[in-house]
Design a protein around this ligand. Structure first.
Ligand code: VGL
Ligand code: ZN
Length: 226
């Protein structure tokens, strides 16, 4: 429009967090940091504690300042979720059962909706996080991946969000390396995204060698291990 003092582009000042400049999101910025399940129950003292999980908030806070786009995931189960051993009379945690969609490991009750265990770790501070995607809220099906529930077909909507916004280079961090991080990374590759897993910003559960097995699978699928 003639007479406007703006000539097409608008300069938006970069947001500031803890004295460090966060890159402002230019339309060409296609990198996104995905922070998987950094919640109380996955940290020492929690119901399904991952060793070293409480080391991640500081690491991820710092890392996040290099990303204009950050998305968090939150494991978010109803109290009678079918992935809980307590929902299967006589069953013990860390054993496996056959559900309609295949084998499912049974876990201690964890990340129950609206309880403290489901909250993000109090030291995790990513003010510019643009979306929180909850998963595992359908009683009858678990969801390790941020993209699909454990039937590997019911979508969470994350792929659509990323595609619509042109965010096609994913950097994964969080808990647990060998479950929710690995499943998310593998699905993201299957969907055609570029995927880097930042090993120093992840921690694993390692059930029966699951940590090494998940790295093998990820590397075979073309995930970049950084
Ligand atoms: C997870 C087991 C059960 C994870 C979530 O975040 O890796 N693992 N629910
Ligand atoms: Zn869970």
């Amino acid at each position: 429009r003639s007479g406007s003092k703006f000539s097409g582009s608008v300069i938006i000042p970069a947001a500031k967090t803890a004295g460090r400049t966060i890159p402002s999101a230019s339309p060409s910025e296609n990198r996104v940091l995905l922070v998987v399940d950094v919640q109380n129950d996955f940290c020492p003292g929690g119901a399904l504690a991952v060793p070293g999980g409480d080391e991640l908030p500081t690491i991820i806070n710092k890392l996040s300042r290099r990303f204009a786009h950050v998305i968090l995931t939150q494991d978010w189960h109803p109290e009678d979720h079918l992935s809980f051993a307590s929902s299967h009379p006589g069953a013990k945690p860390f054993t496996s059962v056959e559900l309609s969609y295949g084998p499912q490991i049974l876990w201690p009750d964890h990340c129950v909706q609206n309880e403290e265990g489901a909250e993000f770790h109090p030291k995790l501070k990513v003010e510019h996080c643009e979306m929180i995607i909850r998963k595992g809220y359908h009683r009858d099906i678990d969801s390790y991946s941020a993209f699909f529930e454990n039937d590997r077909t019911t979508p969470t909507g994350l792929a659509g969000y990323l595609r619509e916004r042109g965010l096609n280079r994913l950097f994964l961090t969080g808990l647990a390396t060998d479950f929710c991080v690995a499943y998310s990374a593998l699905d993201a590759r299957r969907l055609g995204f570029e995927v880097t897993v930042i090993e120093s910003a992840c921690r694993g559960i390692d059930l029966d060698g699951s940590l090494e097995a998940s790295w093998l699978q990820m590397e075979e699928a073309g995930v970049i291990r950084a």
